[in-house]
Design a protein. Structure first.
Length: 94
């Protein structure tokens, strides 16, 4: 039966995480975490792991560090997830 509608991204994240060579202990880093969904799924999948998501969250996106933290809190993994903002440095030569 094909996946449609709700739960599809959760399944995609589960499959993606199944390919990681990770024993569930230690720290994971997700670069470009968006809403934090994959980071949160990793924390749910590996209860002993610490997970850090990092993203730019520019003004044109509807995601933010606060949103990620709220999502992690609602899934019960807030204590093991951290989300960081890194803004790219823009350098002009001249």
């Amino acid at each position: 039966m094909p996946l449609t509608g709700g739960g599809m991204m959760e399944k995609v994240h589960e499959v993606l995480l199944s390919y990681l060579d990770f024993d569930g202990k230690g720290t994971l880093l997700e670069v470009g975490c968006g809403s934090g969904a994959l980071s949160i799924r990793a924390a749910i999948s590996w209860p002993e792991a610490e997970v850090t998501g990092i993203d730019y969250w520019g003004a044109v996106y509807n995601y933010s560090q606060t949103m990620c933290e709220s999502n992690a809190r609602s899934e019960g993994v807030y204590e093991r997830c951290s989300f960081l903002t890194r803004r790219p440095e823009i350098r002009f030569s001249g």
